[in-house]
Ligand binder design. Structure first.
Ligand SMILES: [Zn+2]
Length: 69
């Protein structure tokens, strides 16, 4: 179990909306996007209508966006 670096999570969360949106769009098209931290594939989850979540297995990348894909 890797210790979670919250400062890193905040840094990722501060990334531009467009960059996050691009990641989600690529995932929605079935493309593979790797976590910048652990290099594992990110998975896309539809949380509710219009809201999507992206995370990796380790949780170092976690993006929640309200987005129409
Ligand atoms: Zn990761």
């Amino acid at each position: 179990m890797t210790k979670i670096d919250f400062s890193q999570i905040n840094k990722i969360a501060a990334k531009s909306f467009n960059q996050q949106r691009n990641v989600i769009k690529r995932l929605a098209k079935g493309q593979t996007v790797l976590c910048e931290q652990c290099q594992q594939p990110l998975t896309l989850t539809v949380l509710s209508e219009g809201e999507s979540g992206v995370q990796c297995n380790k949780g170092c990348t976690q993006i929640n966006l309200e987005l129409d894909i």
